[in-house]
Ligand binder design. Structure first.
Ligand SMILES: Cc1cc2nc3c(=O)[nH]c(=O)nc-3n(C[C@H](O)[C@H](O)[C@H](O)COP(=O)(O)OP(=O)(O)OC[C@H]3O[C@@H](n4cnc5c(N)ncnc54)[C@H](O)[C@@H]3O)c2cc1C
Length: 495
């Protein structure tokens, strides 16, 4: 944290001298719906730390107290399916495949650790999967601050995933279905025609008909046959106890694109105008809030240090004085780019499978939804008396994960990402201003990656129709190259 300040550009160091005392600081009161209201700013030197970055997170996550069935070598080293990773994707797939009576082993260096990330989902997504009991906080509405004068209220409920409840639910279903767990890191995977084997860092070697890689974004097991050129979502988030905050308690703040906090920061303001970041905020109560300064997508990657600098300036302007940082997170999500080679001898699920929404970075709900479909395809092969293995099994599993129309849709979401990459702050604001005016079926379906390809084309046309003239000009001048790329990739997928 100290190094952050030493790296600060002169503008930040010079302006950050006085902390605004929240008691005297201008900010939007939770019930104040009028962001145009003018406030008189009074500056006071606070006796509290100037930046939340100086605070160490208080929470030390405890492992879950749950008794899983552990792997014992004496029980045999061969399984039908081995799942690498006990994150949301690995456990969901292990749960679903084992539900078909298939013998599964799941490996992770720490299978009972709490997942580190804060996950947000749309409530309708989790309700449709019967997972609504795994949310620890819900908001009936969401809102988007387009700029200092305009807020959009969205009639769609949002929730924070209870990592503990979701993990316990998946673990207990896995345990009930007989999944074995092994605490180790997989180092090497080898494939033969009908069987694959893994070697772990503790010396354990196991074999299976199918290996599923659910080891997250950093996976080195999945292969690509096209050059990778992802965009990156990068964000700094804190769960914090604060004196007060300006956000309405019944609304989750999906995006706050205001930039008035950078008024005295010429360097940050100019850079934010080119490569904008927004605040994502989950207000739990008037003193507890999750705040995340987020770059929706950048390529090359926006500097993490700068994101934290922008967040310091934003919180100061909003009068949010952090008393305690309970948790912090660095979010770095590769988005878009080509899919892994399809098919290949191991199947992927979750962060490394291409399922990350290329325009939003959302992954969890889609992973929870697709795992049963993939599990069914695996069960049709391995669960049948015919024991379909090898290349037929791999192809069936990959096609269940990525049927052709879903690959086309993903090209459209990639197109969305490439477009967002080209927009500056004003372009981004105009884009979302028009986007959230679309028919809710379209914008909600886009964010949840559940539109058909035809609906996505309709969305594109409607968006163009609703966009402001400058935004249309942006689309006409900046979209042709990504559009041609999308059409070319779809043609290749279709051949
Ligand atoms: C900070 C952050 C916030 C996010 N917030 C959201 C959000 O709000 N909503 C949303 O939808 N998505 C979100 N995402 C994106 C995505 O949902 C998460 O990254 C999610 O954790 C991906 O799940 P996963 O199971 O694929 O991978 P991970 O959660 O990364 O789990 C991978 C597991 O594999 C294990 N592993 C790794 N290597 C090996 C190995 N060699 N052998 C054995 N085990 C191994 C790891 O220990 C880990 O337990 C977020 C991502 C980040 C980084």
């Amino acid at each position: 944290m100290a190094s952050f300040l030493s790296l600060s550009p002169p503008s930040l160091l010079s302006t950050s001298a006085p902390c605004l005392s929240p008691a005297k600081t201008p900010f939007l009161h939770p019930v104040d719906r009028n962001p145009t209201r003018k406030y008189h700013q009074r500056v006071q030197i606070s006796k509290f730390p100037c930046s939340f970055l100086d605070l160490e997170p208080k929470s030390k996550p405890e492992p879950l107290d749950f008794d899983v069935p552990w792997f014992h070598p004496a029980d045999g080293r061969r399984f039908d399916v081995i799942v690498i990773g006990a994150g949301p994707a690995g456990l969901r797939l292990a749960e679903q495949v084992s539900g078909h009576g298939i013998k599964v082993c799941c490996l992770d260096p720490s299978p009972l650790s709490m997942w580190p990330n804060n996950y947000g989902v749309w409530i309708d997504e989790f309700e449709s999967l019967g997972l609504e009991d795994c949310l620890d906080k819900t908001w009936p509405m969401t809102c988007v601050f387009i700029n200092d004068r305009k807020i959009k209220y969205l009639d769609r409920a949002y929730g924070r995933v209870s990592r503990k409840e979701l993990k316990l639910k998946l673990l207990s279903n896995c345990a009930a279905n007989g999944v074995k767990f092994h605490k180790a890191k997989v180092g090497k995977v080898e494939h033969e025609e009908f069987e694959s084997s893994i070697a772990c860092d503790d010396g354990t070697e196991l074999k299976a008909s199918l290996i599923v890689d659910a080891s997250g974004f950093r996976s080195s097991f999945v292969e690509y046959d096209k050059p990778r050129n992802p965009g990156y979502q990068i964000a700094h988030g804190i769960l914090a106890e604060v004196d007060q905050h300006p956000y309405d308690l019944d609304k989750m703040v999906l995006m706050d694109w205001r930039d008035s906090h950078l008024g005295n920061e010429p360097y940050l303001r100019a850079s934010n105008s080119r490569l904008p970041t927004f605040m994502y905020a989950m207000p739990f109560d008037s003193n507890l809030v999750f705040l995340e300064e987020t770059s929706l997508v950048s390529r090359p990657l926006l500097s993490y240090t700068e994101i934290k600098q922008r967040m310091v300036a934003r919180l100061r302007q909003l009068g949010i004085r952090v008393r305690t940082v309970i948790e912090d997170e660095k979010c770095l999500i590769p988005m878009g780019g080509p899919l892994p080679r399809i098919p290949q001898s191991m199947i992927a699920i979750g962060g490394n499978s291409g399922i990350v929404h290329p325009s939003t970075g959302y992954t969890v709900a889609q992973t929870m939804a697709v795992a049963p479909v993939v599990a069914e395809a695996i069960a049709e092969c391995l669960g049948s008396t015919r024991m379909i293995r090898g290349s037929h099994l791999y192809r069936r599993a990959w096609n269940a994960l990525w049927p052709v129309e879903k690959r086309w849709c993903r090209e459209f979401y990639n197109f969305g990402m490439e477009t967002l990459l080209k927009l500056d702050l004003n372009g981004t604001r105009s884009f979302f201003d028009a986007f959230f005016e679309l028919n809710p079926h379209l914008w909600q379906g886009f964010l949840s990656a559940r539109l058909s390809y035809g609906e996505l084309i309709m969305l594109g046309i409607s968006l163009f129709g609703r966009a402001s003239n400058p935004s249309r000009l942006d689309m006409l001048t900046k979209c042709p190259a990504p559009l041609v790329q999308m059409v070319g990739n779809i043609a290749l997928e279709t051949i």
